[in-house]
Design a protein around this ligand. Structure first.
Ligand code: NDP
Ligand code: KPL
Length: 337
């Protein structure tokens, strides 16, 4: 591949862009001063739970504060948070040649569709990142859970196939799907844990070891699954258990859950959801792209999604509260106690 452009050098952009560069592909990173400043000072360090520890010196990083004019990348990775999609897509549309492929590596269902509507001259692909990436220190990004990337691509798509080959050289999987919607909904079900994790104030592993938080997650997922069934939308299985059986697992008493969910608990002790980072830094969250998407699905069926709607309201009210919810408080706040 001649080159990849990362739009939004944050946790996902730096980690996946960095891996792509380690695979021998020239990568350009577009980001904001906080991250670019750190990368200029100390370069990029990538680590993971499986023992990866690689550095890219600052001198070898191509860093930009906006998409560089005249660049013709083979592929663009859109890695901004959902609320920044329209602005980032517009900036890409102003500089990139018509038809440039862009993969949205964002959570939620609608980012690629939104970007396509705003900038139809680029070739938008939905994508999915299954694992957690944390910024452990300025310029240091760490993968704390496992899984392979996924993206939507027609058979024979040259840009995505070349990226898949490149990622394979550094041990990262990329599954290509003709239709990514079932995978995106499967991921959204898992991301319904983001607000639970963010409001718990705890790392993912500690939060998942509290039955009260797991009961909240199971209730949010069950509401979403019932709606997906009613809408006849298929959901891909992204965990060892199918989504409905996962509900049973989540509701088990903790000693049983600990035994039965050993793979799910293979999470770095300090890993937190991306929404926990947003609350900690006072940034807007992606709650509307997660619980909000479930509420919109309900409305499309002339139904309601009261638990997801309530969870969205709790996250939106966080700036007025700023105190973590205990498992009992969260169950009560959702009317589940
Ligand atoms: N982190 C994770 O573990 C995972 C995240 N995801 C998803 O990936 C997406 C990205 O998340 P994440 O990497 O955590 O987010 P980050 O906030 O870490 O990274 C996004 C970066 O993009 C920057 N940015 C925003 N707009 C622009 C722009 N127009 N030009 C250049 N830079 C811009 C942001 O700056 P600023 O903050 O100043 O706006 C920020 O530094 C989200 O949809 C998230 O849900 C999916 C799976 C795992
Ligand atoms: C990887 C996962 C599910 C977990 O935290 C995530 O997508 C996020 O943090 O946004």
């Amino acid at each position: 591949m001649a080159g990849v452009l990362v739009m939004g050098a944050g946790s996902v952009g730096c980690f996946i862009g960095g891996l792509t560069q380690l695979a021998g592909v020239p990568v350009h990173f577009v980001g904001r001063p906080r991250v670019l400043g750190a990368l200029r000072k100390q370069g990029l360090r990538l680590t993971d739970m499986d023992g990866l520890d690689r550095r890219i010196p600052a001198l070898d990083l191509r860093l930009h504060d906006e998409p560089p004019a005249g660049l013709k990348p083979d592929l663009v990775l859109l890695c901004v948070k959902s609320g920044a999609t329209a602005e980032a897509a517009t900036a890409l549309g102003l500089t990139l040649p018509q038809g440039t492929p862009v993969v949205s590596l964002q959570n939620g269902i609608g980012n690629a569709t939104l970007a396509r509507a705003a900038v139809p001259q680029l070739h938008w692909h939905a994508g999915m990142v299954p694992f957690n990436i944390a910024e452990l220190a300025p310029g240091h990004y760490h993968r704390g859970t496992g899984g392979a990337l996924a993206a939507e691509a027609a058979a024979g798509d040259a840009a995505l196939a070349a990226w898949k080959t490149a990622l394979g050289r550094v041990g990262m999987g990329l599954a290509l799907h003709a239709d990514l919607a079932p995978v995106q909904w499967g991921k959204l079900l898992l991301n319904l844990n983001n607000p639970v994790n963010a409001l718990s104030g705890r790392p993912l592993r500690d939060e998942l070891l509290e039955r009260g938080y797991r009961r909240v997650l199971a209730a949010l997922q069950q509401e979403a699954l019932d709606l997906l069934d009613a809408a006849q939308r298929p959901v891909a299985q992204l965990t060892p258990l199918p989504p409905r059986r996962l509900l049973v697992l989540l509701r088990l008493p903790t000693p049983l859950f600990r035994l039965a969910a050993a793979r799910m608990l293979r999470v770095d002790a300090q890993a937190r959801s991306s929404m926990a980072d947003d609350l900690a830094h006072g940034r807007p969250t992606e709650i509307d792209a997660l619980c909000g998407e479930v509420v919109r699905l309900a409305h499309s069926l002339h139904r309601s999604a009261p638990l997801n709607a309530r969870m969205q309201a709790l996250v939106e009210a966080w700036p007025r509260r700023r105190r973590a919810y205990s498992p009992t408080e969260l169950l009560q706040a959702l009317g589940l106690a």
